[in-house]
Design a binder for this molecule. Structure first.
Ligand code: ARG
Ligand code: ZN
Length: 887
């Protein structure tokens, strides 16, 4: 609970550690009602600092100190100072050994940080500051040590005993216990420590590295899940190969292990040689996991594996540098997923996610720079800004430097800093040194928060045959940063100019010798800046920010006919989708206005005809067609509103969907039937072309059902019952759940729950589909589901599946005008605050966006935040988010 943690910590106060830990020797004795941890720390004064010997302050929380020794001398209570977060003692020599024994209680750890139990097994989560709940230590990433770990436990209950590195010894004891010792030769900070003990089965495989070393790969799961591991194993091998080929990075230990656990706060954790995963990020097979889940598993396996270099071999000096490893690693996993699947579709999905969620964060009370300069609780900074915007920052560096120089830069970074804990500045310096490009101004992306706006105006001079684009950039105020203090960013704008046939014109800027074909990147570096293209014989149509080359809010006064033209002709696939989104946004905003004025809603028929053209073109990538049929979501429409009118947004969007369904019934029905026929006759394959077919089939079905036609209901039931995979089954279920066919809906829900009652991850889907249903009465349904035997607040996946989906995806119900949704969420946050502060704090996010809504909702949301604040002792996690939201 909130003690010293609610102090703000500043980057400017960073100081190198007074002492270093060269070796860490740990012994864990696991019992049912407690665990004993013995730590031997071989330490010395940091040689970079003066020779005097300041006091040594070790971090430690919720530890019962049983014994403490300094160089074999037992210390008594007068020799050290103990608080609820630190142990302080006075070394007498420059090199010394500290021995401590503590008792901890993993069996009652519901925060899922440090050592805890999940479904009967022991496991750990130490990032960012969980190791201090295991033993007294210098729990900071710039203290890197070798680790030897011995684990002992009951052999029957915990036949598998794992830690980082290589297994070096094991043995039996007479009392039914056994032990194993692991040695990790690579120095690492404590946040990368891991331990697992349980009754687990594993799938084993081999990978031969580029230098012909053989690595053993093991994925450990509970016995009943052993049939759901192959996809993760395939993903791991692809990741290892990709990192060798694209980044020249080879794996370094003889064994690489992944363990799946059911109770986990985040997706997964990159502990050296022993990744620990949320089971939702490992387990996947056709019958139980959707296409999206398969792709998520592939991406997270890759992400954690890639951390072995971008995170473990080179780590962060302090937690302000978190994006050094997370932004870079997300950038790497996105490129991997793009290579494994459709690159354009991956980009579309990432951008839609960024613009909906990260842009909202960047405009809210928790907005912070990619490299923050202050925090109260670091767990609150595992954010979309650190991860997703951080990845966009890396992507811009890649765009500015080009593929080859970027690779030289990353090689130099790894070579220069291998084995070190470094900063974002060190990364950028390596990129600069390798490329010769000055990134001084570019670094503002790391220090200025908020989403930049980029307004573009055009001027065509027919006589001179010149075409001028003028860019004006600005960035709104964010907490602690006034708009007037923000300096211009370096914004790479990839663009093309289309002629009347839709072809890219050759591009030559005034002063350049020769024209280059197609797309090019302009660097916008000033608050206002113009670029003039010459030899432009006719007024072109600009295609701006291709591939979303910078995370900005671009505006250009396109009319709807121009957007339709870009949708069809732009050579950049991302911008074809983007033109469709902009067209939809214009059309939806018009409907929102009509709704607010109480007028009859009227859909612009140009949207209908644009989508008809897409549906009728059999040559297009089906995944692209599916993406283009998806209207901008309610959360995105909220994000781009000045004042979000929840009911008008929902009403307008549903009206548009209904109209599209009716107008496009024939082509939708044709595409649906053709694709369902292939699904019916082809066994499930988790590959891009099949993802694409099912994506179009499923979005078509969700439109078709809006017509309520009996043949669609029959098709939905056929798909629900006869399909061989979760992608089709869950879509059919969701379509029924949102339909007016009450009897069929209840029957399908009951059958689904009965069939999958023993599969927690599938039941999560069942909860989510219902939580997200926008039919009236949403809160009552969610409250009833909380009583379901499969639901528990103690499991983060369940909390996310039910409460998170309700507050995040069911906007009309969550924002009910009487404030009942807000009250419900606050109640859950208050309960979770005591159980699991990290989950409580994340769940809170929708309430922090109160400034987006009209004054009545604002008052109701604020009242709930104030109620949380007054509810008793708050964790640092919840306190920071609530207090910043109300500030
Ligand atoms: N480093 C992990 C990753 O790969 C995330 C761990 C975050 N844990 C936490 N408790 N905040 O992204
Ligand atoms: Zn990560």
């Amino acid at each position: 609970m909130r003690t010293e943690q609610s102090k703000t910590i500043y980057l400017k106060d960073y100081q190198a550690p007074d002492y270093l830990i060269d070796e860490t020797h740990l012994t864990f004795e696991l019992f049912e009602d407690h665990t004993l941890v013995h730590a031997q720390l071989v330490m010395r004064r940091n040689p970079a600092l003066s020779a005097d010997l300041p006091v040594l302050t070790l971090d430690g929380q919720q530890l019962e100190l049983l014994e403490l020794k300094l160089d074999d001398r037992a210390l008594s209570a007068t020799d050290y100072t103990l608080t609820d977060s630190h142990l302080t003692l006075q070394p007498t020599q420059a090199s010394f050994v500290v021995d401590s024994s503590v008792r901890i209680h993993p069996e009652s750890n519901t925060a899922l940080e440090g050592l805890y139990k999940s479904s009967g097994m022991f496991c750990t989560q130490c990032e960012a500051e969980g190791f201090r709940k295991i033993t007294y230590y210098l729990d900071r990433p710039d203290v890197m040590s070798s680790f030897t770990t011995t684990v002992s436990g009951d052999k029957q209950k915990y036949p598998i005993l794992l830690s980082n590195g290589n297994p070096v010894a094991s043995g039996q004891e007479d009392d039914g216990r056994h032990w194993a010792t692991w040695e990790d030769p690579f120095k690492k900070p404590a946040y990368l420590f891991a331990l697992v003990a349980g009754d687990l089965w594993c799938v084993e495989d081999k990978f031969t590295t580029v230098s012909s070393r053989e690595v053993t790969l093991r994925i450990y799961v509970e016995p009943e899940n052993i049939d759901k591991v192959q996809h993760a194993m395939d993903s791991l091998k692809k990741s290892m190969k990709w990192d060798e080929e694209v980044y020249g990075r080879e794996y370094d230990l003889d064994i690489f292990m992944i363990v799946a656990v059911n109770d986990f706060n985040m997706g997964a954790m990159e502990n050296k040689g022993l990744n620990i995963f949320n089971s939702s990020a490992v387990l996947a097979r056709a019958e139980t996991a959707t296409d999206a889940a398969h792709q998520r598993v592939e991406a997270i396996v890759a992400h954690e594996y890639f951390h072995n270099w971008s995170g473990n071999r080179v780590t962060c000096r302090d937690w302000f540098q978190l994006s050094l490893k997370e932004g870079f690693t997300v950038f790497r996993d996105a490129a991997f997923s793009a290579d494994m699947n459709s690159a354009t579709v991956k980009r579309i999905q990432d951008v839609a996610y960024l613009r909906t969620h990260q842009f909202a964060e960047d405009a809210g009370p928790m907005a912070h720079p990619v490299r923050p300069d202050a925090y109260m609780e670091i767990s609150n900074f595992y954010t979309l800004t650190i991860y997703e915007k951080g990845s966009e920052v890396l992507r811009m560096i890649h765009t500015l430097l080009g593929e080859e120089a970027f690779r030289k830069g990353s090689d130099l970074y790894f070579e220069r800093h291998d084995g070190q804990a470094v900063t974002c500045d060190d990364f950028v310096k390596a990129m600069e040194d390798a490329s010769g490009i000055d990134l001084t101004q570019f670094k503002r992306w790391y220090t200025q928060s908020g989403t930049p706006r980029l307004a573009v105006a055009e001027r065509y001079d027919a006589a001179a045959k010149t075409y001028t684009l003028t860019f004006i950039q600005s960035c709104p105020a964010t907490p602690g940063q006034r708009e007037s203090d923000k300096l211009p960013f370096v914004i790479p704008v990839e663009l093309g100019l289309l002629d009347a046939q839709g072809d890219d014109l050759p591009l030559r800027l005034q002063g350049e010798a020769a024209a280059a074909a197609g797309s090019r990147v302009l660097s916008v570096t000033e608050a206002q800046q113009s670029f003039t293209f010459v030899d432009i014989a006719e007024k072109p149509l600009p295609s701006l920010l291709r591939g979303f080359s910078a995370p900005v809010k671009l505006s250009f006064p396109y009319d709807r006919d121009q957007l339709m033209f870009l949708m069809q002709h732009d050579s950049d696939g991302f911008n074809r989708w983007e033109a469709g989104q902009q067209l939809s946004v214009q059309v939806l905003q018009e409907l929102i206005g009509q709704h607010q004025r109480g007028e009859t809603l009227e859909l612009d028929q140009r949207l209908v005809s644009a989508l008809r053209t897409l549906l009728q073109d059999g040559s297009l990538d089906q995944a692209m067609v599916a993406e283009m049929l998806s209207l901008p979501g309610e959360a995105y429409l909220t994000e781009i509103s000045d004042v979000a009118d929840v009911d008008a947004i929902h009403g307008a969007r549903e009206f548009a969907r209904q109209q599209l369904a009716e107008a496009l019934f024939e082509p939708l029905w044709q595409r649906y039937q053709a694709n369902r026929e292939v699904s019916r006759t082809t066994p499930y394959v988790a590959e891009a072309e099949h993802f694409a077919r099912r994506a179009l089939q499923n979005i078509a079905l969700s439109y078709l059902m809006l017509t309520g036609k009996p043949e669609v209901l029959a098709a939905t039931l056929e798909q629900y019952e006869a399909c061989d995979n979760m992608t089709e089954r869950l879509t059919a279920l969701a379509v029924l759940v949102n339909s007016p066919f009450e009897a069929e809906r209840s029957k399908a829900l009951a059958a689904f729950a009965e069939h999958f009652k023993d599969n927690a991850l599938v039941m999560d889907q069942w909860f989510s589909v219902q939580a997200a249903s926008t039919l009236p009465g949403g809160l009552a349904r969610v409250q009833a589901l909380m009583e379901h035997p499969a639901f528990t607040l103690k499991n983060p996946n369940k909390v996310r599946a039910l409460i998170g989906a309700f507050a995040g995806q069911n906007l009309v119900n969550f924002h009910a005008a009487d404030g009942s949704g807000y009250r419900f969420l606050a109640d859950q946050v208050i309960v979770l605050n005591a159980l699991n502060p990290q989950i409580a704090s994340r769940l809170l996010a929708p309430l922090t966006r109160w400034r987006k809504y009209g004054s009545e909702r604002q008052a109701l949301m604020k009242a709930e935040l104030e109620r949380i604040l007054a509810s008793g002792e708050l964790s640092a996690d919840v306190y920071e988010v609530v207090s910043k939201s109300l500030a």
